[in-house]
Design a protein around this ligand. Structure first.
Ligand SMILES: Cc1cc2nc3c(=O)[nH]c(=O)nc-3n(C[C@H](O)[C@H](O)[C@H](O)COP(=O)(O)OP(=O)(O)OC[C@H]3O[C@@H](n4cnc5c(N)ncnc54)[C@H](O)[C@@H]3O)c2cc1C
Length: 456
């Protein structure tokens, strides 16, 4: 889709590409676009460009934007390729990563011959654009997650093979053999951190998919609205949280590889570079955070957000009925309750004269919403895994779990679910509690800082 122009990035409303109506009802389009994914390529016979432009005389800003269909090649009535559109690739952006994706600048109507057909109604282009964009945002979250999952698998395999250093327990014995780095506590910490984020993100992405299914099959309006509300709240979080965390996972993967990770011999440096774009395109993450705080949090008087917290409470209640999970459930519950307070406090500030400072906390807020969702997802995973592990191990005592996990692959998988959840909720999640304290402490320093005091 052709939105971006040099002066119109996040601020789509400032685009200047224009459309003039022709006598036949089609439009003549003139303008320049940049950074267009698959803007030109010869892998397919044709390219259909959806183009955002302003019809002459339309209002300024997003209210005056329409969307047009411009095919690279017009198709004759008999299905044969016809005239080529006046859309010219004027440059290829030299990118940091995703070199397999053709990104380019395009000039439309340089020869006055770019014909487009209006898609939908005049000045209602943003609505059509968001239809595609919301799906694309979920796709970007999935893309980021997938790259981080690949990076984790590469790091895990490497950690099993790379022999370096002696076991901490045999440090003083020069005759002791060197061990695979997976045996070092700090490497295990990195791998477990990566696994915790990947498992949490995977469940989160599946969960939003499940919400789409529920919307499709719901028999009552109330049920449909509830799941649609969850989708509204979670879409910016899937896009933003998963892309930010995925990049951190890829960074950790490079770290596990040591110096080799920094070379092109191994795949992780590419995954790190490729992953970075996911926090920028389809609406930069800062913009996603503003959507969450400015539009989604207060949607239906806060009912969508409260609906999300209520779903979390259901899982917590179930987890509390399983002895082995009650501590994790209590810790997750404390996080969910704290998030409700934080949302209330930040929401109030966003509607006060402190609005600028409130929006300086939009990203930290999205971040902790994501952290709490991750704790919830991990707890949910344990609720599913614990009874299955109990069946395989005979009981959920630490000894029974350990010995079952040593001999039975399935038991090892379920034990992995429980241990990963324990790691996330006990060793990572407390940081989210601190981040939430920082939001309610509400320092206005970032906004108060005089521009000159930032240095330079
Ligand atoms: C590889 C690649 C592929 C792309 N593919 C496409 C495509 O197919 N089609 C297309 O139309 N575009 C595409 N883009 C463009 C992409 O969507 C934009 O780069 C992105 O929306 C950000 O716009 P910008 O680069 O102008 O940054 P800016 O808008 O200048 O933003 C710079 C920084 O300022 C922040 N910022 C900006 N405005 C605000 C605000 N009001 N409040 C708070 N923070 C703000 C942003 O969050 C960001 O951190 C692509 C870009 C790349 C790099």
């Amino acid at each position: 889709m052709l939105l971006t122009e040099p002066q119109a990035g996040s601020d789509v409303g400032s685009l200047t590409t224009t459309a003039t109506r022709n006598p036949d009802g089609a439009f003549n389009i003139t303008g320049s676009k940049i950074f267009i994914t698959a803007g030109d390529q010869n892998l397919t016979e044709n390219i259909i460009h959806p183009v955002l432009a302003r019809i002459e005389g339309a209002p300024a800003g997003t209210k005056g934007i329409s969307i047009f269909i411009v095919p690279k090649v017009w198709v004759n009535p008999d299905g044969t390729p016809g005239d080529t559109s006046d859309v010219v690739c004027t440059g290829i952006e030299e990118k940091m990563g995703i070199h397999g994706s053709a990104t380019c600048s395009l000039t439309l109507g340089g020869r006055g011959k770019c014909r487009g057909l209006l898609l939908g109604e005049e000045n209602k282009g943003m609505k059509v654009m968001f239809h595609l964009m919301n799906e694309a945002r979920l796709g970007v979250g999935l893309q980021a997650f997938s790259m981080s999952s690949a990076a984790y698998m590469a790091a895990l395999n490497y950690a099993r093979e790379r022999i370096q250093g002696k076991s901490l327990l045999a440090m003083m014995n020069p005759a002791s053999p060197s061990v695979p780095i997976i045996q070092h506590p700090d490497v295990r910490r990195m791998l477990t951190w990566m696994k915790a984020h990947i498992d949490g993100m995977r469940s989160f992405i599946y969960y939003i998919g499940y919400c789409f299914d529920r919307v499709a099959v719901s028999k009552t309006d109330a049920d449909r609205d509830m799941f649609q509300g969850l989708i509204e709240i979670m879409t910016p979080v899937v896009k933003s949280y998963c892309s930010d965390r995925a990049f951190e996972v890829c960074t950790q993967a490079v770290q596990v590889f040591g110096g080799y990770g920094y070379t092109r011999e191994y795949p992780v440096e590419q995954l790190l570079r490729d992953c970075k774009i996911t926090s920028i395109y389809e609406g930069a993450n800062g913009i996603q955070a503003m959507y969450l705080l400015g539009r989604k949090l207060g949607m239906k008087k806060g009912a969508c957000f409260m609906g999300l917290l209520a779903e979390m409470q259901k899982t917590i209640a179930t987890a509390k009925t399983i002895d082995a999970l009650s501590d994790l459930a209590t810790k997750t519950e404390a996080g969910v309750n704290r998030l409700a307070e934080v949302a209330m406090s930040l929401g109030m500030n966003a509607m006060s004269p402190q609005v600028m400072s409130a929006f300086a906390f939009a990203q930290p807020f999205l971040d902790v919403v994501g952290d709490v969702i991750m704790a919830w997802m991990h707890l949910w995973r344990t609720v599913a895994a614990a009874p299955r592990l109990e069946k395989l191990a005979g009981s959920l005592t630490p000894d029974a779990r350990k010995s079952a996990a040593q001999t039975n692959r399935q038991a090892a998988y379920y034990e992995g679910v429980l241990k990963t959840a324990e790691f996330y909720i006990r060793a990572v999640f407390p940081i989210a509690m601190g981040k939430m304290n920082a939001i309610t402490d509400f320092s206005t320093a970032a906004v108060d800082m005089p521009d000159m005091a930032l240095g330079g």
